[in-house]
Design a protein around this ligand. Structure first.
Ligand SMILES: Cc1ncc(COP(=O)(O)O)c(C=O)c1O
Length: 359
């Protein structure tokens, strides 16, 4: 058996050089004489790793010095709740809902703040983004939350929305590190690691320092972002292996040319696949072209009775995890940073052949 091209939406493909380095260092990492998983997070070896990973991420994303970078746990889902716990400060919060993750974020926030859905594209089946002119933003909101890339629907913002002086909070779980972003436009960015950062169980959170003053002393320390920042993300035992793997990914990204290069590659990969789908006459993608995701590309076959055959044959051809989310149906190709153009080319070649045989 050989490794397949992995189109999984998450946990998703990890760059092969990251995996081989982790394999090579599994028994003895650095000069620690043990695996990175077997040493204290408070020892000098791990502290050096943690500092390097943060420095590398800061360099990659050009994170301004007035932002804290936290390496936390709980998955993005836990932070759906933790964000209002920490930032709502008794005010209501605005949510822009453009897919199922935004919907979940709004739902999980409800126990901790009064949620206002300031814009939603649910009535359009999440096939496009809500028109900016229709957003009902509240100038007194504690923050505005949105999901720059909706992993399930395959909808992505290609700019950063202007929400005035209200802090903008972004769930970047499925498009962080896929292109350069101006971090200074955000109050808080968070992302589960299992798509473009590494292994699940780690959440990277980037927060503007002044917002930490809002974190209420009344919440338990383990939920309190200010407490985590004060302790350098070591309030308790962090996900040390996840942090290590994230560090390897950041170094891989630097070697590959950084986020500008990733942005170019991701745009090229997505354009090629959408162009093929649109021209095929057999496959279709329902999303407004202006809002199509570069990371997650859902598509349907002309006849859904062929779905099972498509999945079986693609798997046999070394193309794995193309089944669409159960709520959307059809197929979905997730093409994160780790997916090479060769994988997209192989997918298109398979799709063309399948369409010829069944069209
Ligand atoms: C955009 C987005 N937000 C949140 C989540 C939930 O992340 P987790 O399962 O790590 O809580 C996901 C799924 O992986 C996602 O794609």
């Amino acid at each position: 058996m050989s490794r397949a091209f992995n189109f999984s939406s998450g946990p998703g493909a990890i760059p092969e050089p990251v995996l081989t380095q982790a394999r090579d260092e599994m028994l003895e990492w650095s000069s620690a004489r043990a695996s990175v998983m077997e040493i204290s997070h408070r020892g000098k070896h791990f502290i050096a790793l943690a500092e390097q990973a943060e420095a590398d991420l800061r360099a990659l994303m050009a994170i301004p010095s007035n932002y804290k970078v936290l390496f936390l746990q709980g998955g993005a889902t836990q932070h759906f709740a933790q964000i209002p716990m920490n930032l709502a400060a008794g005010a209501s919060a605005d949510y822009i809902v453009t897919g199922q993750w935004g919907q979940k974020a709004a739902k999980e926030a409800k126990p901790y703040t009064s949620v206002r859905v300031a814009a939603s594209s649910e009535a359009d089946n999440f096939f496009k983004l809500p028109a900016r002119t229709a957003w009902q933003l509240d100038a007194n909101a504690a923050y505005v939350h949105y999901t720059p890339n909706e992993t399930i629907q395959g909808v992505e913002f290609h700019d950063i929305p202007d929400v005035g002086a209200v802090p903008l909070v972004a769930d970047m779980s499925s498009n962080i590190l896929s292109k350069p972003v101006d971090v200074s436009r955000f109050g808080l960015i968070y992302a589960g690691a299992q798509k473009n950062i590494g292994a699940s169980g780690l959440v990277v959170l980037i927060v503007r320092e002044d917002l930490l003053a809002r974190c209420p002393a009344s919440i338990a320390g383990i939920f309190n972002y200010a407490a985590h920042a004060k302790e350098g993300s070591m309030l308790n035992t962090p996900n040390t292996f996840g942090w290590y793997l994230a560090g390897l990914t950041f170094q891989w990204l630097q070697r590959e040319g950084g986020l500008a290069e990733m942005g170019r590659r991701n745009a090229d990969k997505a354009r090629k696949l959408y162009d093929y789908i649109d021209a095929s006459g057999f496959y279709s993608n329902p999303i407004d072209p202006a809002a199509r995701s570069r990371m997650n590309i859902p598509f349907r076959l002309a006849d859904e009775a062929l779905d099972d055959a498509f999945l079986k044959q693609s798997e046999a051809a070394g193309l794995m995890a193309l089944k669409g989310h159960r709520s959307v149906g059809g197929m979905r190709a997730s093409i994160y940073n780790a997916m090479p153009m060769a994988g997209v080319d192989a997918l298109i070649a398979f799709m063309r052949d399948f369409a010829q045989r069944h069209g």
